[in-house]
Write a protein that binds this ligand. Structure first.
Ligand code: GLV
Length: 320
């Protein structure tokens, strides 16, 4: 029994590498996740799984996977996996850190500039034929230059984001579980409490992972502390934000705008109130989506599977 499951269509050059070591069952769809029932049926005799953040690896799934040795998650975040139970069962879980850091920081930067300068609104204005003349305050936004940026989550992506701010003469604040002296030294970032970050930042940028501590961290109380002209960016995970509270904060002018790469429910319901707001920019969870980076993420998953099945240490195992 030697079966590897791949829950999404990936280029054949990667599948071939796995075929060299085992039978490979691929769900050959690029945009439709493997149905849960099918996954649960396939995992019963699998030794390895290549999964995406759409698969929930919980107790039910792991109880059903007696031969599983490794789960390679094609993402840096792994809140979709019960790592503690996997560990109890001796299953190695791996993720894809580092290879996606710069690309994801660039998306955060894109969302910051797009919301600050109202790019999506402006483009729609032109497309809709509303552009009649130059106007003194037409679509005027907010400068990133010279502003205070509050980074919530100073991991690799937070640091790569801070590095990009260098040319913008900003004042960088950050909040994180622990201090990062390298970020303080290299980017002149100041460690502050969560409250101070909210109160002082012109842009609050969330790059944190979803954990018990960060779930719904951005709620009514947090938005109420932010500046009324603050812009909120989230590239971490949707459930770090209470979306009803975010809608309320935007509707009542508690904050100015937001840019989101992640939502609690993905895909977002097309009737969701956030989609009706001109000051909200939403993209479909594409933080790490450059061709180069996605190739590197897939290769890292394949390499992790190969290593574990070869009785070698995983390259990027996650700790619980
Ligand atoms: C994407 O969200 C990831 O965690 O890599």
């Amino acid at each position: 029994m030697n079966k590897i499951i791949v829950t999404r269509q990936i280029p054949q050059k990667f599948i071939s590498q796995l075929e060299d070591i085992a039978e490979v069952v691929v769900w050959n769809e690029s945009l439709i996740p493997m149905p849960r029932d099918k996954f649960l049926a396939e995992v019963q005799d699998a030794i390895a799984c290549f999964i995406t953040l759409n698969e929930t690896i919980d107790e039910t799934c792991l109880a059903n996977a007696p031969h599983l040795k490794v789960i390679a998650n094609m993402a840096v975040g792994y809140d979709n996996i019960d790592v503690n139970i996997a560990k109890q069962k001796g299953i190695i879980v791996t993720n894809t850190p580092e290879v996606l850091t710069e690309t994801t920081a660039e998306l955060a930067f894109t969302l910051m500039l797009a919301t600050a300068r109202r790019i999506v609104e402006a483009e729609k204005y032109v497309q809709d034929g509303q552009w009649k003349s130059w106007g003194p305050y037409l679509l005027s936004g907010k400068d990133v230059y010279g502003s205070t940026i509050g980074i919530f989550g100073m991991g690799d992506i937070g640091k790569a984001f801070a590095k990009r701010l260098k040319g913008f003469d900003t004042n960088i604040l950050y909040h994180n579980r622990s201090r990062h002296e390298d970020a303080e030294r290299d980017y002149n970032a100041s460690f502050v409490s969560f409250e101070e970050l909210l109160e002082k930042s012109d842009f609050v940028v969330c790059t944190a992972p979803l954990t018990d501590e960060t779930k719904y961290k951005f709620n009514a109380e947090a938005f109420a502390k932010m500046k009324t002209d603050a812009i909120f960016i989230n590239i971490g995970r949707g459930a770090i934000v209470n979306e009803n509270d975010l809608v309320h904060a935007l509707n009542t002018g508690q904050i100015l705008a937001c840019g989101l790469d992640v939502l609690e429910q993905e895909p977002i319901d097309v009737e969701h109130p956030l989609l009706k707001m001109p000051n909200v920019v939403i993209v479909p969870h594409i933080g790490s989506a450059s061709e180069y980076t996605r190739d590197r993420m897939v290769q890292l998953c394949v390499d992790n599977i190969k290593a574990v099945l070869n009785n070698e240490p995983a390259i990027t195992p996650v700790s619980s």
